[in-house]
Write a protein that binds this ligand. Sequence first.
Ligand SMILES: [Zn+2]
Length: 371
Amino acid sequence: MQNKMQEVSRRRFLAQTSYMSAMYAAASMIPLRALGENLAQDARISATPVVDKGFASVRKVGNGLYATISDTTKGLQTMCNGGFLAGKDSALLIEGFVSTAGAAFQLETLRSVSQVPVKGALDTHYHFDHSLGNAVYGANGIGLWAHVNTAKRIYDNYGTWQRLTKEQLVAPLEKQLASAKSEAAKQHLQGDIATVGNVYGMVAAAQLALPNHAIDPAMGPHKVDLGGLAISIEHYPGHSGTDMIVRVPDQNVVYTGDLFFNGYFPIAFDDEATISGWRNTLKMFASLDKDTIFVPGHGQVCGQSELAMFRSTFDDIEEQARKMYKAGVPVEEAQHQYVIPEKFSKLSTFSWGFSIGPTIQKMYQEWGAKK
Ligand SMILES: [Zn+2]
């Protein structure tokens, strides 16, 4: 019996690993950058990580504050960033990651620096790379915190995917590919089909575990005292409709979830993504202290200058899309015609139909609604 179970979990692991290696080929993965010069000098940030596992490292970014930073070129166990906060009385984990291996790594690392009880583990939003490893926390008796709509959206999206075959899931994209009008559109759609297929593999292999401690943004900021460490969990619009950030006002540190990507174009495919809402959220981030440390959803720990860079990607996409909109270029074509300028040549698009394409589509929608 034991052997049989080992064999099953070994096979599941191998299946997951092959989806992951296929993911490298499909999505545009960028190596993790070094910490910026100004932050390397910042006394709040430890010079060396507490642990470096390759696929992710954990770095101290404040008093009781830790950031888990993924390097997707070395493995996809975590994929997104996260972290944990440990006060005198209790701790909070951030993100369930894309796999149970990722969540287990973060929990073990917390345990290596603090033994205080864990109050909860927060999914900053429902997306697969932030939630598929949730089961580890549940199995350790840790409540899963999230925006009030997150559990339903995990189940509605990924529960549905688990009842479909990969072919059924990618069929609508295959149909678009068959009628694609330009070489750019064809290339983008081929990349998207490969990416969706790979994400499907990760979702199909996962045991979904849903948040059970809902935070209702209508009640205002959710303030928690971890014992000499006061934090505020807040909802802002932009990336997914379920986005929560964790702010530590006394230390000027913000865990942004996917409301901030460092080194990527905006990932705006979600039905509930809002471009104008997102840009307002980023304006608020920019109004915070000039020495704010951001732990972004993806990419290296950073500060206000990297935030300014991310904001400027929206400005540039808008500039190009606005011209096409005024010239009457239909959205089906415009979404494939953005030209990446030299200054953004090192940024990752992840997959066109998840990032630049839908950003243009949503800008068109917003302009159309204003007419
Ligand atoms: Zn996301």
